[in-house]
Design a protein around this ligand. Structure first.
Ligand SMILES: [Ca+2]
Ligand SMILES: [Ca+2]
Length: 263
């Protein structure tokens, strides 16, 4: 019984070892990598001007589609016939940020960027400093797209390394190291710095992991489980022989009793 419990314990340990190795093997197969830290790189598109004639806007663009991480610039300008100068006006840009909180930015020009896919509104309000009732607002409706150029690479990642989304797509190899920019993104490597070509271990990591599992199982079988099983068999055989001897002895004892002449 003790031996059987020990054997079960060994089998349990072997099972856990196999499960753990299988999990790491699966991780290798799935190519688990940590996502690269992303940050924005500024890129200014053409400024959009709001014209004030009196504190009233005129504009031909109140909505915009942006690429994630793309820097935008909007400005308020005065029309030729404006009766005001910019210094006579308060200009406030009310923003919805990436985190959906509200921020006010003042000044004639707004420079901003969004990193995450969303729809966001920017409301610009112009007010005459000496007469707060003389005020006017407009809303710019923005749609931010994570991969506006549709090349499979997040635009934020492209800007981080190339400052533009135009120089790269999934098939290009910016640093010419044999890894495509798509592979570098998935691997979390810097696509502007040459990396070593994949070696045997990287190319055949699944095979190495599989062989490691087989070796562990064989070692457990040959050096631990099989000797235990042999010991158990031998112990059983000894018990059987001892029992047979006892039976034989008892039979012999009966014969002797039966052969003894009755007085
Ligand atoms: Ca892209
Ligand atoms: Ca490369």
């Amino acid at each position: 019984m003790v031996i059987m419990l020990k054997q079960k314990g060994i089998l349990l340990v072997a099972m856990i070892a196999i499960i753990m190795l299988s999990a790491s093997f699966a991780a290798v197969l799935l190519g688990a990598t940590s996502a690269p830290e992303e940050k924005s790189v500024a890129r200014t598109e053409a400024a959009i001007a709001f014209t004030i004639i009196g504190p009233t806007f005129t504009s031909n663009k109140y909505s915009d589609i942006l690429s994630a991480g793309e820097e935008i610039s909007y400005s308020v300008s005065l029309g030729a016939s404006s009766i005001y100068s910019l210094s006579q006006l308060d200009i406030v840009w009310k923003l919805e940020t990436d985190w959906n909180t509200s921020v006010n930015v003042t000044g004639a020009t707004l420079i901003w960027y969004y990193n995450y896919e969303a729809t966001r509104d920017i409301t610009v309000t112009v007010t005459q400093k000496t007469n707060s009732t003389n005020t006017s607002s407009e809303v710019i409706a923005l749609q931010i797209i994570a991969d506006l150029d549709g090349d499979g690479l997040p635009d934020l990642w492209e800007r981080r390394y190339f400052s533009t989304t135009a120089s790269s797509d999934g098939t290009t190899d910016y640093d010419g190291d044999g890894w495509t920019d798509m592979e570098e993104f998935k691997n979390g490597t810097d696509p502007t710095v040459k990396n070593p070509k994949p070696g045997f271990l990287e190319t055949y990591s699944w095979l190495v992991a599989l062989l490691a599992i087989i070796v562990v199982v064989v070692v457990l079988m040959v050096f631990i489980i099989m000797p235990r099983m042999k010991m158990e068999r031998e112990a059983d055989e000894k018990k059987k022989i001892a029992a047979a001897v006892e039976v034989e002895k008892s039979l012999l004892g009966l014969d002797e009793l039966e052969d003894t002449p009755k007085k």
